[in-house]
Write a protein that binds this ligand. Structure first.
Ligand code: FAD
Length: 556
């Protein structure tokens, strides 16, 4: 069968490991690669802010250039996806529409509309999964029809399913030769990639993460040049306040599908297979990729996953409604330099380290402000380049101890957490230049500096930089009491995402705990079950085989 096909890019903005595009090309005599900039949808359902807009536009430019190098091009349209498809099907005489299957409700809703259009117009549809390692529906099915709600159960299901599929070969010029692109000169101007200015986006910030498959593959390649680093990554040992990312920084590319997660995963597998010693899930790099898969799986089969209300796995908490406090957090005006520096980096650069995300998320929710995780999630959605429906909500539930994470008595101190890995406060000085002349002794708590020190630093606390918006000790004590009460009342919900045995993520937390504040009066946790120091450097297969799983249990 030789189709005239529209290949609809939504995520998956790449030509490597793109099974949907490859399959569509194989069954077509003409193929139109299409991306729809549906502003209402992208800014509404997906909460896109200007930095991610720019990242998407750069990724589209890159995709267009890569397609042109193969003798094709990208057609960028503006408007509503289904309305435009209705029109294009007639105009271009289309007989098939291809697209990647996604899990987010707004994408599945769009897929239903495309299916309805196909039925109405007698078109074929061609879809494959390529944004996750597995078709997450298989994982849910293998778990008896519901998603595995703990990482340990999840790894167990994967050990039954076996390794994820290998990536498919790159799309080539030969694929497009068989599928000659339509020659319509007037289309050239009409469907080009707009610039941020064309869309009225004002962006003054520097581009540290240029969008697109080319940059994604370069970044991947750079990391894999140091195979020792790749195989020995232990998440908890990476530094949240280093001035350059201490982890791969691949998340923006994975989130938009400029990089295939299967390509990343299988490259990790081959490096680990050659390494004598390597770290293991949950703290290894493969472990991180599996966390992503875990949240995608749970999100795909949990109603209202990004909300508290109507979400069966999420504790129902009477969070404070305090727009003023939320605004201070959002705009880096909390008066805690560590928190404000992170929020500044987020706003200016669109990426922050995982533990930095821990710090600000804990502060906003169960740590200090007792504000709903949904509010924090929305701010991240707007500002993060890697903002992702499943991963963002899953981690916010985790950090607020609303689901998945149960050691809620552990609350990060907004002073000591940052000081541990950056005692001189270089990170704070970079992102909050107003504080840059404070002596290191006061850089994390400048309100304690005597007046003459403040004067000579050129920054008066309360005037040039805010005083702390809360007393951390008091606020965290009070919140701990509230959380304890919630968990007593909603024990059944809490148990849903908890393993009877300890949580394997304990490995990740072990390191953080050394400096973490254990609140007065909080239950003191036994350390007897913590991992031994070399726990994540056993010489074992890199993936989640039953042996690995057993090892995770042993090291707890
Ligand atoms: P690496 O450590 O190099 O990990 C490689 C990849 O593994 C990442 O790119 C990511 O795809 C995946 N990964 C790593 N950590 C996690 C995790 N905890 N959960 C799921 N997948 C993970 N990540 C996002 O991609 N999008 C989000 O919207 C997002 N929101 C978050 C919100 C909060 C409150 C927290 C605490 C974490 C959030 N994360 C999110 C997870 C994590 O912080 C980032 O994926 C990671 O910091 C990205 O940097 P990296 O690519 O260098 O990660």
């Amino acid at each position: 069968m030789s189709h005239r096909t529209i290949h609809l890019f939504r995520k998956g903005l790449r030509l490597h490991d793109n099974p949907t595009l490859l399959g569509a090309l194989a069954s077509s005599s003409e193929l139109f690669p299409v991306y729809v900039l549906d502003r209402t949808f992208l800014e509404g359902a997906m909460g896109l802010g200007p930095p991610r807009w720019r990242f998407i536009l750069q990724s589209l430019e890159d995709l267009d250039a890569r397609l042109r190098a193969l003798g094709s091009r990208l057609y960028v349209l503006r408007g509503s996806t289904t309305a435009l498809l209705h029109d294009l099907v007639t105009r271009w005489g289309v007989t098939q529409i291809s697209y990647d299957t996604e899990v987010e409700p707004y994408y599945t809703c769009m897929e239903r509309e495309i299916q309805a259009l196909a039925q109405e117009r007698g078109l074929q549809t061609y879809t494959r999964v390529s944004h996750t390692l597995y078709d997450v529906r298989r994982i849910v099915k293998a778990n008896g029809g519901s998603p595995p709600l703990t990482y340990k159960k999840f790894l167990h299901v994967l050990s039954v399913l076996g390794e994820p599929e290998e990536p498919v070969r790159d799309v080539s010029a030969e694929d497009f030769l068989r599928c000659s692109p339509p020659v319509e000169p007037h289309l050239e101007q009409t469907y080009s990639v707009p610039s941020p200015a064309d869309l009225g986006l004002e962006l003054e910030t520097e581009v540290l993460w240029p969008g697109g498959e080319t940059h994604a593959l370069q970044r991947l390649h750079k990391h894999f040049q140091s195979q020792g680093w790749v195989s020995n990554v232990s998440k908890a040992r990476t530094v949240p306040n280093s001035l350059l990312p201490s982890t791969t920084g691949l998340s923006p590319y994975l989130s938009l599908g400029c990089l295939s997660v299967r390509t990343f995963y299988h490259r990790l597998s081959s490096v680990c297979a050659q390494a004598k010693n390597h770290s293991l899930p949950p703290v290894s790099l493969q472990g991180q990729v599996l966390w992503r898969e875990f949240f995608y799986t749970v999100a795909s089969a949990t109603p209202n996953f990004t909300k508290m209300q109507g979400n069966p796995i999420c504790l129902q908490i009477d969070w404070y409604h305090d727009p003023e406090a939320l605004e201070k957090w959002r705009t880096a005006q909390t008066g805690f330099p560590w928190i404000d520096a992170i929020m500044t980096q987020l706003r200016e650069e669109g990426w922050i380290h995982h533990l930095a995300r821990h710090a600000v998320a804990c502060f906003l929710t169960r740590g200090d402000l007792w504000i709903s995780w949904e509010e924090g999630m929305k701010v991240f959605e707007e500002l993060l380049l890697d903002a992702d429906y499943s991963v963002n909500a899953g981690n916010w539930m985790w950090l607020s101890a609303s689901a998945f994470f149960h050691k809620y008595t552990r609350i990060f101190c907004p002073v000591r957490f940052g000081r541990r890995t950056d005692p001189q406060g270089q990170y704070v000085r970079k992102y909050l230049p107003v504080l840059k002349n404070f002596p290191s002794k006061y850089i994390y708590e400048p309100w304690k500096a005597p007046e003459d020190v403040q004067l000579s630093a050129g920054c008066i606390i309360g005037k040039d930089y805010p005083r702390p918006m809360v007393c951390h000790t008091e606020a965290s004590q009070r919140n701990l009491g509230l959380m304890r009460q919630v968990r007593t009342e909603q024990q059944n919900t809490a148990e849903l995402t908890r393993d009877v045995a300890d949580d394997p993520m304990e490995a990740e937390l072990k390191h953080e705990l050394q400096e973490e504040e254990l609140l007065e009066g909080a239950e003191q946790h036994s350390t007897s079950k913590r991992f031994s120091s070399d726990a994540d450097h056993k010489s074992r297969p890199c993936s989640w085989t039953p042996e690995t799983l057993q090892l995770s249990r042993e090291v707890m």
